[in-house]
Design a protein around this ligand. Structure first.
Ligand SMILES: [Fe+2]
Length: 434
């Protein structure tokens, strides 16, 4: 409501980028999915507007075509949202959502968790639409906390010991199908950047001619850079000798100590090669974020099993920018890595693929149709991601050319012989949970 209430009615129905829906489409789509899955499917009710399904089915209507559809207007969309929500609350009040409920959609309140995450994922998409929108600022939020005193003295990289760990989950009640099931993956020791790569470090890549030297790019990445004329992250421009960026309508100097944002996978990959490093694989990233060598098991978050609080991570659109690199010491992983959750999504080296034993639930279009080499996995969530859609097992994916998402990255390298081998190799992972 805050994201749609911040702009005029004309703005709500306008398409601010061919990559995005009009904001009013997202609004009614959130309600339509809630009607479809919670009111009709789980609640067994006839529903309110099955006639709208085709307009708000993301698979039947590509984003670029949505403005031409006979969509609900802003007032109708808001009324529809309110009517669906009132039925939703009735269904939930009457439903048995205990863990031993036989209907899988209702057990542990899964359908509620799924739709809460769906709504919040659209809120993140709508925030990205706001970032693409031209015009003066309409959103406001407090600044993130200042970097802690030790931020400047942190080691540039941390060692993650080698050995097997439990990847994915079979115990997280609201995990989505692509996070399941838990399985053992052997990950050799590696070094990982303590924090995401900063604007300051990325500026060195630009200044060193990184965008003009094909040596750092994959052939597809180099072709893309040439075709699009890329020379800096999206929303950056030069003001004389300095780089400035446009952030939700504010034009400001690029802050050197903040994680770099709005880079595509090709840019992240090229930077890593230029730095003599590489992107971490998805399993490396998850091991760094979940595995607790002391307890010998995988946890829900880098800091443990507790839900994220404002002391752990920059999530929930609480702030409209990443916090400085080195922030959130309370959210650090056992290795000492910081900001794995929140601030910026982190590109990984990996394609989006199913885990062994994957089963689509509750519908194939959630994940299964996206598996394959054309999508790269992102991990960790960003400042625009809500806590309900944030877990160290949560998987995001996108095309390697996409930059409008709130994505940055960190880099990794293999450990040398004898580094981080430890006693881990002799021990089997203890699974998840306590
Ligand atoms: Fe959706």
């Amino acid at each position: 409501m805050a994201l749609t209430g911040a702009v005029t009615e004309d703005d709500l129905v306008a398409q601010h980028s061919p990559l995005m829906s009009p904001l009013v489409w997202d609004l009614a789509h959130i309600a339509n999915q809630e009607e479809l899955w919670l009111v009709r499917e789980a609640g067994g009710r006839p529903g309110l507007r099955p006639d709208l399904d085709h307009l708000y089915d993301a698979f039947r209507t590509p984003r670029a075509d949505r403005p031409a559809l006979p969509l609900l207007g802003p007032a109708e969309a808001r009324a529809y949202v309110a009517e669906v929500r009132s039925q939703t609350l009735e269904v939930l009040a009457a439903a048995d959502t205990s863990p031993d409920q036989q209907e899988r959609l209702l057990a542990d309140g899964f359908v509620f968790g799924m739709l809460a995450q769906h709504e919040q994922q659209h809120d993140e998409t709508m925030l990205a639409t706001h970032q693409l929108r031209q015009g003066p600022p309409v959103l406001d939020a407090p600044e993130p906390p200042q970097a802690p005193a030790d931020a400047a003295a942190l080691p540039p990289e941390v060692l993650v010991p080698g050995g097997p760990f439990t990847m994915g989950t079979s115990t997280e009640a609201w995990a989505l199908d692509n996070e399941l099931p838990a399985h053992t993956v052997d990950v050799p020791a590696f070094w990982l950047d303590t924090t995401p790569v900063t604007n300051g470090a990325y500026l060195e890549f630009i200044a060193a001619g990184g965008y003009r030297d094909p040596a750092w790019w994959t052939p597809e990445g180099w072709r893309h850079v040439q075709e699009e004329g890329l020379e800096a992250p999206q929303f950056w421009s030069r003001d004389g000798e300095t780089w400035v960026r446009r952030r939700f309508g504010h034009v400001e100097p690029v802050p050197a100590d903040e994680p770099v944002l709005h880079v595509c996978w090709y840019e992240a990959d090229a930077y890593a090669r230029w730095a003599g490093r590489r992107l971490p694989t998805e399993s490396e990233w998850e091991k760094a974020a979940r595995h607790d060598p002391a307890g010998g098991r995988s946890r829900r978050y880098p800091w443990g099993d507790a839900d994220p609080g404002p002391e752990h991570a920059n999530l929930g659109q609480r702030h409209l920018r990443p916090a400085p690199a080195g922030s959130y010491p309370a959210g650090a992983a056992p290795s000492g890595a910081r900001q794995l959750i929140g601030d910026v999504w982190e590109w990984t080296a990996s394609d989006f693929a199913p885990y062994p034993g994957f089963e689509a639930f509750p519908y194939k279009e959630y994940s299964e149709v996206f598996f394959g080499p054309e999508y790269k996995v992102l991990r960790g969530g960003a400042f625009g991601v809500d806590e309900v859609a944030s877990r160290a097992t949560f998987r995001n994916w996108d095309y390697p050319i996409r930059r409008q998402i709130f994505a940055g990255f960190r880099t990794a390298r293999d450990a040398g012989p004898g580094e981080g081998a430890a006693a881990e190799h002799t021990r089997r992972p203890g699974g998840e949970g306590a």
